[in-house]
Ligand binder design. Sequence first.
Ligand SMILES: O=C(O)CCC(=O)C(=O)O
Ligand SMILES: [Fe+2]
Length: 313
Amino acid sequence: MIPIIDLASADRDALVAEIRSACVNVGFFYVKNHGISDDVINKAVLAAERFFALPIDAKTKLDIHATPNFKGYTALLGENTNPENNGDLHEGFDIGWEPEMAACACEIPSDGAMSGTNVWPENLPGFREDVLAYYHAAVKLGLLLFPLFALALNLPEDFFADKVTKPAAIMRLLHYPPQSPQPAGGVEGIGAHTDYECFTILWQQDNVPALQVMNTNGNWIDAVPIPGTLVLNLGDQFARWTNDVFKSTVHRAINATGKKRYSIPLFFGTDYDVKLEPIPSCITPDNPAKYEVITAGEYVKSRLEATYAHSAI
Ligand SMILES: O=C(O)CCC(=O)C(=O)O
Ligand SMILES: [Fe+2]
């Protein structure tokens, strides 16, 4: 159901065709041979474990609600991704782009949503470096994927190149405590939602399945962790651009394993000012234009505001 795509495939045309099929039919696929080393992944996961194990006071000092640009810590129930629910049972830590060498003390100018200075915990040596090493590896992977998505839409390979010049990539470290398989009170690990950007690169922990994807019949199917792979799913920016030819598929997570679960999504959006204008070939008499044209930044910001309006710590 959810295909596994080998990014090391020597046959580029076949690879593009597989990606197109996954994007048009499912909106989710796994990638193997993705180029992010186990060492980089393991260090980022360890960093997440260390961060979430900090005392709550150290974490709430970095409260995401207190930053102007959605950076920092979200407590359990601090956001509500599905408006019909009553909060998400995960805690998170969000960063945006900054140079990999953390020695740079420069301010990152804020564009109102995706960029702006990150906040970092004190007294956690190596945390920033290890998190940024994974962030940059995932951004590099994302930049390699854009030409493949462009080709899958019969566009010139470099169609997205001038639209992702300041990587508008938001990364989250997530921790899901265990919960009942039948969540009570409208509280799931993360409620049913679509992602807001072009696509998401998701690392999820082996042996702790929780992610579920809604299929075209409206049934939940498990997107079980497959060792050595990352999950790739499309988000609303691509759906808008392609007039829903590429699917932004509803998904959620419920951690009923009895164990802690960690995951690391990186949401790859275009630059803030890019207009989400439908690609002409995606508009046909059978599929007339569905979406009002707005900028990528306005779209993401409005979705983030709704998600975090739920509760301040
Ligand atoms: O933790 C997961 O597996 C999914 C996370 C997710 O869907 C999100 O953060 O948008
Ligand atoms: Fe998501």
